[in-house]
Design a protein around this ligand. Structure first.
Ligand code: MN
Length: 307
């Protein structure tokens, strides 16, 4: 197993914790502040400030927090600068939502911003969708959907849980991003610049797709792309809007107030959901491989016993 270690200041530690706030976390391990468990990586922060990144994708995550002293090579940095310098007038971008939420689907959107679209977009409101209030998302998304060419893919929970028996979360994301770009390619001329808000190393992305018949390869991968590229920001707003709408429908169908995220509130309300609708129903509304499922089932059993 790959392991990378670094030491962070308290401020950096809270930044780290914040950055992974949507990923399942444990705080009950001796000598540690917290342990973040993603699909293919574990990040353990010790009270001493030491942070250990482990797992298949440790390198990618360690890099974000300076745990690798890898100097970027000259060719690498030139390549990046020249790519960034490409005009964004005509560009595409993709992003996903729902991957850190126990309840609800995984949604991916890829969108194309054409030069003539710029003047129709509410540019002052478009930014990283995580920084935009839900109401504003709902206001802007219809304008974006009317103005841009886009592909929106919604993987509902039942299908997600089925696919997850075979593929991990990152592979599922890669498959959806790939599909979204292929959908665009079939209908529209593609711009030179297509940016994926990076969630795994580029090589791992293409490796994950190696069994796919068609692969869209003309992509630029960059982390935090939704705050740097207009097309990615637009895609993420459309995806977020679809997620909010899906949540509304789910709440209406079950007459149940589903919480977002994967924290302790999810465990508490999840147990309530199971008491009302039964364990099996989780398969239709939740990503059942999350650690929350065990906590929900455990606490449900306990409450039944106590009652
Ligand atoms: Mn993203």
């Amino acid at each position: 197993m790959k392991t990378y270690t670094t030491t962070l200041t308290p401020a950096q530690l809270s930044k780290l914790e914040q950055a992974y706030s949507r990923v399942p976390k444990r705080t009950d391990i001796q000598y540690t502040l917290f342990q973040i468990r993603g699909d293919d990586y574990t990040i353990t922060a010790y009270k001493s400030g030491k942070v250990v990144f482990q797992g298949e994708e440790a390198e990618f995550h360690a890099q974000q927090f300076g745990a690798l002293s890898k100097e970027p090579s000259k060719t690498e940095s030139t390549k990046l600068t020249s790519k960034n310098a490409i005009n964004q007038d005509f560009s595409a971008g993709s992003d996903e939502v729902g991957t850190g939420d126990y309840f609800g689907p995984v949604i991916v959107c890829a969108a194309i911003v054409k030069p003539e679209a710029h003047q129709k977009l509410p540019l002052h409101l478009i930014m990283d969708s995580k920084l935009i209030k839900d109401d504003t998302i709902r206001e802007i998304a219809p304008i974006l959907k009317e103005t841009l060419d886009y592909s929106l893919l919604i993987l509902d929970n039942r299908k997600y849980n089925k696919v997850h028996e075979v593929h991990n979360m990152n592979t599922i994301k890669a498959m959806l991003h790939n599909k979204a770009y292929l959908n665009l390619l079939k209908k529209y001329p593609m711009p030179k610049l297509s940016v994926v808000d990076q969630f795994m190393p580029e090589s791992a992305y293409f490796k994950a797709l190696s069994f796919e018949k068609e692969i869209y390869r003309d992509l630029h991968f960059e982390t935090k792309a939704e705050s740097k590229y207009l097309a990615v920001a637009c895609a993420s707003i459309i995806a977020r809007d679809a997620f909010l709408n899906y949540f509304d429908k789910l709440s209406e169908k079950y007459q149940f107030d589903f919480p977002k995220g994967a924290g302790s509130k999810v465990d508490v309300l999840g147990a309530e959901f199971v008491r009302t609708f039964g364990k099996e129903a989780l398969n239709d509304v939740a990503k059942t491989h999350f650690a929350n499922t065990d906590k929900i089932i455990e606490s449900d059993g306990y409450l039944r016993y106590a009652a």
